[in-house]
Design a protein around this ligand. Structure first.
Ligand SMILES: NC(=O)C1=CN([C@@H]2O[C@H](COP(=O)(O)OP(=O)(O)OC[C@H]3O[C@@H](n4cnc5c(N)ncnc54)[C@H](O)[C@@H]3O)[C@@H](O)[C@H]2O)[C@@H](O)CC1
Ligand SMILES: [K+]
Length: 498
């Protein structure tokens, strides 16, 4: 599992080490210089003779860049530091000067990037972004912002290495504040920060390399990301003496006359993820049976539910069945996945084993219906904050679908899963995901009710398997929702071997 800690927890972990005189910045900058040198060797064959430009802000992040620059200069790299403020890390600057690095500055009043700076950037093999790190508040401003825009527009674009974090991201909430310099590599110190896992900021980080500088952040992580072996530990694997009822029966109230395919796809997700049995309730029975003869159509005892995928707003009969299922599920402590056309039927307050699976537009509508006035773009700009808000307002576990899927549950349980290719953004893929989440909740229904943080972990596990299934179905190319479902058994088997 990847864990990340917010700025406060990282600083709290640093404090006693700094008080004890541990050379944290020296460790960080040495590791940074080493990574940059190996990057230069990869791209140019050797580090010596190459050109590196440091973008330097006022804090320790700039200090890291300056110290790393000094080390690189001593290895024969031509290093130029661009100071974006009058006040920069004094020791770092002295080290760079002692190593014969060039020092350039951008003027606060200057509206353009000075020629000497533009010239250095034009020939840079690597640009080190040391503008803002853990202490960044809001977006990059002033001359630094002009520099970032200049580098971002340069063609060819230099290789960018972010120091600790890409400057301009919201460290704890994963937002992008104005101009952000997209990095090819981020060298981060001591611990992952939430912005390195959360959308949309994480996309700016490129590849992330974590450097151990001796920090041990305490307390629960802010945001986690499951890996295959974590999912293996969560997945309900049948015992040797299992029969279909103990393995979990899933009630599926999805699809409608207008969207029968959604019923077929939710069922496909559930059966291919390994649920013991599916009971389908709704008008798409014939289509479901044609595709999945193992399904039982009609009411009966279940351990968990999936409701709402492809339920058209004007299908009164299916909406009534959804409402009945929701009332039954909440009243009988049965976990339930609430998707798409069921989201507006959610009761005001529900337990955490109710798992909502909206996309950004649906989450905006759900929050707006609760008096928040949120647009889809607001959700996309700050997915975690909005998923958490929906959890706080409803009590439900919230899985927000997107290129990176964010899950927010009780007691701060938060996951960000980035397991699927962009090809997964295809019609019906969300229906399959709802079925996978349902299969996991049915297989671990009693546990999911007993431990309110477990549904979030199960939802994240479903997102991992669903994302990987898309990559497995057709590596590097397009997939249909059906292809994703078809790939699930092999992906589950692979995960269980991890
Ligand atoms: N504390 C430590 O011992 C270590 C810190 N390290 C580095 O130190 C960084 C944190 O250092 P700082 O706390 O100095 O934080 P930053 O380097 O992020 O700089 C914060 C400073 O920038 C200014 N600032 C904040 N937001 C701004 C904005 N939007 N535009 C312009 N200026 C802004 C503020 O005046 C603040 O003083 C980490 O990210 C990491 O790179 C590493 O060297 C490892 C050890
Ligand atoms: K930075």
């Amino acid at each position: 599992m990847l864990h990340s800690w917010d700025a406060g927890a990282v600083r709290a972990a640093e404090e006693p080490l700094l008080a004890a005189g541990e050379p944290l910045m020296a460790r960080a900058s040495f590791a940074l210089a080493t990574r940059v040198a190996s990057l230069l060797r990869e791209t140019r064959g050797r580090a010596g003779g190459s050109r590196v430009v440091l973008l330097v802000g006022s804090g320790h992040n700039g200090g890291d860049a300056l110290h790393a620059g000094a080390l690189l200069a001593r290895r024969g790299v031509a290093v130029s530091a661009v100071l974006t403020t009058e006040r920069v890390h004094a020791e770092g600057l002295a080290a760079l000067r002692a190593a014969h690095g060039h020092v350039l500055a951008v003027d606060h009043d200057d509206q353009a990037v000075p020629d000497a700076v533009a010239a250095a950037l034009a020939t840079a093999d690597v640009v080190l972004d040391g503008l803002l790190g853990l202490g960044g508040r809001g977006g990059v401003r002033g001359p630094a912002a002009r520099l970032v825009a200049h580098v971002a527009q340069a063609r060819p674009r230099p290789v960018v290495v972010a120091v600790d974090l890409p400057s301009g991201v919201g460290v704890d909430d994963g937002t992008r504040n104005g101009v952000v310099l997209d990095a090819d590599l981020t060298v981060t110190f001591g611990a992952y920060k939430p912005a390195l896992l959360l959308p949309p900021a994480a996309a700016a980080a490129g590849r992330v390399e974590l450097v151990d500088i001796g920090l041990a952040p305490a307390g629960p992580p802010a945001v986690a990301r499951l890996e295959a072996h974590d999912v293996a530990a969560l997945w309900p694997v049948p015992a040797p003496d299992a029969h279909k009822y103990v393995r979990g029966v899933l009630g599926v109230v999805t699809g409608s006359a207008r969207y029968p395919g959604a019923a077929v796809l939710t069922v496909a997700g559930a059966v291919r993820a390994g649920v013991g049995m599916v009971r389908y309730i709704g008008s798409a029975g014939p289509q479901v049976l044609a595709a999945h003869p193992e399904v039982v159509v009609g009411d009966g005892r279940v351990q968990a539910w999936v409701v709402g995928s492809g339920v058209a707003p004007d299908d009164d009969e299916q909406r009534r069945r959804v409402r009945d299922a929701l009332v039954h599920a909440v009243g009988h402590d049965e976990p339930v996945v609430v998707d798409a056309g069921a989201l507006d039927l959610l009761p005001d307050a529900v337990p955490a084993h109710v798992v909502l699976t909206p996309h950004a537009g649906e989450l905006a509508a759900l929050l707006t219906a609760r008096g928040e006035h949120v647009a889809r773009a607001d959700v996309e700009a700050a997915p975690l904050a909005h998923a958490r808000r929906a959890h706080d307002l409803t009590g439900a576990t919230v899985l927000l679908k997107g290129g990176t899927t964010v899950v927010a549950g009780p007691h701060g349980a938060t996951y960000a899963q980035a397991d699927g290719p962009s090809w997964l953004a295809t019609a019906g893929a969300g229906d399959v995901l709802a079925g996978v989440v349902g299969a996991l909740l049915a297989g671990r229904a009693a546990d999911a009710v007993a431990d309110p943080t477990l549904p979030a972990a199960l939802a994240a596990a479903a997102a991992l398997v669903h994302g990987r299934a898309a990559g497995h179905a057709n590596p590097g190319g397009p997939v249909t929702a059906g292809d994703v479902a078809d790939a699930l058994p092999a992906v589950v088997a692979g995960v269980l071997r991890a």
